[in-house]
Design a protein around this ligand. Sequence first.
Ligand SMILES: [Ca+2]
Ligand SMILES: [Ca+2]
Length: 442
Amino acid sequence: MFKRANGHRAPRRGRRRLVGAAVALLCVVLIQSASAETTVLIDGATANTQCTAAYPGTVGPDQLSPCQWDMKVINAGAAHSTATGKGVKVGVIDGGIDFSHPDLAGAIDVARSCSFIFSTTPTADPAEIANGDCSNKAAVQDLQGHGTHVATTIAGRANGIGIVGVAPEATIVGLKACTIDGFCFADSVAAALRYAGNQRLDVVNLSLFADPYLYFCANEAGQRAILRDLQSAARYAQQRGVVIVAAAGNEAHDLGHPTIDEISPDWPPDTAIVREVGNNCRVTPAELPGVVTVSASGVNTLASYSNVGGPVDVTAPGGDAGQTTVFGRGRILAGWSSTDATGLWEALIGANRAVTSGGGRYVWISGTSMASPHAAGVAALIRGQHPGMPQGAVAALIRSSATPMSCPASWPTADPRHCTGGTGQTSFFGAGMVNAQGAVSR
Ligand SMILES: [Ca+2]
Ligand SMILES: [Ca+2]
C-alpha cells in the first residue's frame, strides 16, 4: 500500500486521489482532507455509539464490535458458539505483526514467527532484515500496520476491547515478507511459503502481490523464472497441508481477460512500462493453482477496486466507502501497529479513521487485503473443526459453504469488469460470500 520509496503514483482510471496507493500490499488508503473539527483520534466509546447508530443490529462482545458490519455479513459471531479456531496456526505473510497489540495478546506464536527480509531486499528498514534467521524476533515487528490489520481480522481476541476476529482463538504466526515501504518481493514471499510448509501451518494469508511485477508473463524468461519459483513454493506448502488464501488485487481488472499492466516493474523506481498482458501473464499468488482467491465486497456489492475473474473462489468484505454515506465507516475496522513509522497512523487520524480501544490502535481501511483474511479466518474455523482435513478439502468447503450471490442487477456499462455466471458461481463473487457459520455447521 503506502510506498514511500517509490513516491506518489499518478491517479489511474477508476481511482480517486491516492496518497497511500495500494500496490504490493493490497489495501486502499484514500486519505481525504477532513475539516479541522473532525481531525481527532476517536475514542472507543464514541466509535461504539457511532457504529451502533450506523449499523443497527451489528452486535458483539467487544467495544468496537458494533462497527464490525463485516463480521455480521459473514455470520462470524454466530459461528463462535461452535468454533473459534482454537490452536489452529495461521501464517500472516505480510509486513509483520505488532507483538504488543492488545487484541493479539495470547494470540501470537512467537517461536514460529520469522522475517524473510534479506540483506539484499530493497526498501527494507535495517531493523526488519533477518535473512530467515527466526531467532531475530524484533525483525518481525510491524513497522507499518497492514500486517496487524490482517492478523487482528483473523484472530482478534474476544477480550472486551477492540474488535473480535473471525477465529478469535486461532494462533497467528507472523511471517514478514513485505518491507516497511510496502514491497513484497518474490524471493521473500517464496521463502515464507516454503517455511509455512516446513512448519505445517494450517493456513496462510497473503494480502499482497509479489513484487516487482503485478503480472509475471511466461513469455519473458526472467518473469517466467520468478513465476515458476512462486508456483513451486506454493505447491510445496500445499503438499504439506497449508491452505493458501490470497487477495484478488485492487486494480479493478478482470483477471480472466487481462489487457494492460502499467505499474510493472514497480522496482527500481521509475522503470515501469505500459505493456499489454494476456492470459500467459499471472498475478501471484492470486492466480496460482489451488489458492483460495478472494474478491472484495462493500456493504452492498462488489468493491469499486476489486479484481474479478476466473481465479476468484469467493468474496468477502473488503469495504468500500462509496457504498455508504456514513463517513469512513464502509471500510473495515481492525488493528494497527503501535510502531507504525510511516506516518500513516497520523494521516488516518487526520482523516477521522483512527480509533483507540483498550490502549490498542484501530483504523478503517479497505482493499482486497481486508477481504482475504475473512476467508483465512473461515479456513481456520474449519481446520479447528476438522484437524485432519486435507487442504484441498478445506478450500472446497470454503466455497461450498459460501452464501451464493448473483451478478449485480445493475452495473455501470462503462466498467471494464463484466459479471458473468449464474447464482452460485460468478466472475465477481466466485461461489459467493464466505459464511463462517455455514462452514462450521457441515
Ligand atoms: Ca477484542
Ligand atoms: Ca483461486
